[in-house]
Design a binder for this molecule. Structure first.
Ligand SMILES: [Zn+2]
Length: 494
């Protein structure tokens, strides 16, 4: 296949935003055209009789896939010669999930193969992870290194965010190159204790990111306040993880979120706040969003399903994350925010560890292994708890788990929607299928699940990634290296 490489052309420098938009538009439009030009016999899949769910509506329709692309959506489509027909009566046909926030990079238990397998089995066809420069590496070098890994290991499609610190003129100079590379996003962590000291450069980066069309992801917890909490607890000898909640106060998330919202409102740079966990932080974003600032919000499954009691119960170390689990009022607020649209995206922040790694007695409030495996269970859990029990509409489900991420990160309308010309990334769901979440069934190399034993109603049964059936009959069939670094267009308000 020739389409296993990103389709964005090498950009001339200087690369203006207008050129970048035109280039990526060209890449999107070129997709189906190139397929028609290729000489191999077209492969057809006809998904028949399902309910097609998009963020803008639900309809009874068939979906015809030719090669990697959705060729037709409509009623009573007739299968072409040799087409594979998938009967979807009683099923939902949804865009493949897009999880822009996972940790499928060195340092965690999964590689891109096991991470992809868990994602696909859970209805997710595109994952975002981070390119973090090693010492001496540039942002672009780190991207190239990760791209090579994708070419060897990924089955799901992948997008990369450059995680770079400190902010420097070099980073500003690299932003148009990230756009040219088709990966226009970066990440900052306010947990860094020198974040405040770097504020002038942070603002300059945001201004340059706005001009280049680069989205800045921000982890909102104030590093200085966290350090102060750890210092006070340490002075009292309270360093064990039993004191984890006190070591990361919600107010540290609040003030960091206020600052990030203010930076977005002031610079008008697109800013995406990862893993929001508390209602006060959410409230701190409402005015900027209402005023039209390009401020986007994400929460994660742990924050809509579990409360801080887990950090006081047995095996509490397994539930350590950043930020920590919050009181039930916050949990309800995060779920409500997802359902009413005041939170845009549900993303895993998939951070796979083994039980042994999480229970390591060497860990303490100053040295943690944060996060948990979530790729396989995120969508079924949200479907079961949100759509099944909380009256989340199917449209909102798709918006929060696919379409919004596609729009924010420049994949739309190539991904995140079921319509003619889009990538054939599709998850066929059985909304009645009830199974119990068990770590033993999780294809991630993490060997425990925060949701062990939960009864979950609604699961993907067949998953198609760019026209290839990659999950069916409970098995992932896609091969490592078939996932690609998916080219994205720079952010724009449209
Ligand atoms: Zn993360």
């Amino acid at each position: 296949m020739t389409d296993n490489t990103p389709t964005l052309p090498e950009a001339p420098t200087p690369f203006t935003r207008r050129e970048a938009i035109r280039a990526s538009l060209g890449a999107v439009l070129a997709g189906p055209v190139l397929l028609h030009r290729s000489t191999h016999a077209a492969t057809e899949i006809l998904i028949r009789g399902g309910r097609v769910v998009n963020a803008h509506g639900v309809m009874a329709a068939d979906v015809r896939v030719i090669d990697a692309t959705i060729a037709e959506v409509g009623r009573n489509l007739r299968a072409g010669d040799g087409a594979r027909v998938i009967e979807a009566a009683g099923k939902l046909v949804m865009p493949g999930g897009i999880d822009p926030h996972t940790h499928l990079h060195p340092g965690f238990a999964d590689d891109m193969t096991s991470g992809s397998q868990a994602a696909l089995a859970g209805g997710i066809t595109t994952v975002g992870t981070f390119a973090t420069p090693a010492r001496g590496e540039s942002a672009l070098d780190a991207m190239a290194r990760m791209e090579a890994t994708i070419g060897r290991e990924a089955i799901a499609d992948v997008i990369l965010h450059a995680s770079v610190w400190p902010p420097t003129p070099d980073l500003i100079a690299a932003l148009p190159q990230l756009v040219a590379k088709g990966q226009p996003s970066i990440k900052f962590y306010m947990v860094r204790t020198d974040f405040g000291a770097q504020m002038e450069m942070v603002i300059k980066v945001l201004e340059a990111a706005r001009e280049a069309g680069v989205v800045t992801m921000i982890h909102c917890e104030d590093g200085a306040l966290l350090a102060a909490a750890v210092r006070r607890l340490t002075a009292q000898g309270k360093t064990s993880l039993e004191h984890y909640i006190a070591s990361r106060p919600a107010v540290a998330e609040l003030v960091a979120t206020q600052q990030a919202a203010g930076l977005c409102e002031d610079t008008r740079a697109p800013v995406y706040l990862v893993h929001m966990s508390s209602s006060r932080a959410l409230d701190a974003c409402r005015a900027a969003r209402a005023g039209g600032a390009p401020l986007f919000l994400e929460t994660r499954p742990l924050f809509i399903h579990l409360n801080e009691e887990k950090l006081r119960g047995p095996d509490y170390q397994l539930f350590v994350g950043q930020p920590p689990l919050r009181p039930q009022g916050d949990v309800d607020a995060m779920m409500r925010g997802l359902i009413d649209g005041s939170i845009d995206v549900l993303a895993t922040d998939h951070a796979p560890w083994t039980r042994e790694q999480k229970m390591d007695p060497q860990l303490n409030i100053a040295r943690v292994r944060p996060g948990a495996s979530d790729l396989q269970f995120m969508l079924p859990m949200f479907f079961s708890e949100g759509v099944g029990k909380r009256k989340c509409s199917l449209e909102r489900f798709v918006a929060a788990t696919s379409t919004n991420a596609a729009k924010i990160f420049g994949l739309y309308p190539k991904k995140g929607v079921i319509r003619q010309g889009a990538d054939a990334d599709l998850a066929i769901w059985d909304p009645q299928l009830t199974r119990v979440a068990r770590a033993a069934d999780d294809l991630s190399k993490s060997d425990y699940s925060p949701y062990e034993g939960w009864s979950v109603k609604g699961w993907p049964v067949t998953v198609v990634r760019r026209g290839e059936v990659v999950f069916d009959g409970g098995k992932v069939t896609g091969s490592p290296g078939s996932g690609v670094l998916s080219a994205r267009r720079p952010w724009s308000r449209a």
